[in-house]
Design a protein. Structure first.
Length: 179
């Protein structure tokens, strides 16, 4: 129950909460809070040569590991608008959002405070120009689909398997002339 870890008192009336799997409720005022995955957006950024742009994380969790560009949605934010915002923050460039790749569950961090996440991923092409590492990114690098870093070099558990499946599917589509 990472989202509710540490909750003891009602945020409305300060009475002691009743904690159950997946929810916290207040017997005094009836307030209920459900544990839910935090929504995040990610981009598999492609260039004209079919390479993917990866970002080296500048902060924990997974400091120094390769990650896709993206981040958490703000409350009420449209996922595509959030993806565009995150790419501007991390590369200084705008983008064109393409096909939806998939949704992947994971956690942000480890241990009792780890937060469950739902990662929504799209293929993206960035605007012309040189991307500049900014915000929570220390380095940006283009990788050919068949030259991705080793799995242990990736941040988060969902990313390496998702990228490898995506790259294999993309190669198959290219071999069949469907790209």
């Amino acid at each position: 129950m990472g989202a509710l870890t540490g909750w003891r008192y009602c945020p409305r009336c300060a009475s002691e909460l009743r904690l159950e799997p997946g929810r916290a409720s207040c017997p005094a005022c009836g307030y209920v809070q459900y544990a839910a995955s935090a929504a995040a957006v990610s981009a598999f950024v492609l260039d004209g040569e079919g390479r993917i742009l990866l970002a080296r994380r500048a902060f924990e969790p997974d400091l120094g590991r390769w990650d896709s560009l993206g981040g958490f949605l703000e409350e009420g934010e449209d996922p595509i608008a959030g993806l565009e915002r995150e790419l501007r923050e991390e590369t200084s460039l705008g983008c064109e959002v393409g096909d939806f790749v998939g949704a992947f569950s994971d956690t942000y961090g480890d241990g009792p405070d780890a937060r469950s996440t739902l990662n929504l991923v799209w293929e993206v092409r960035i605007d012309p120009g040189e991307p500049v590492a900014a915000d929570d990114v220390s380095e940006l690098r283009w990788f050919a689909r068949d030259e991705l870093p080793a799995d242990a070099e990736f941040a988060f558990r969902w990313l390496a398997p998702a990228l490898r499946r995506w790259a294999a599917r993309s190669r198959t589509q290219a071999d069949n002339g469907a790209e």
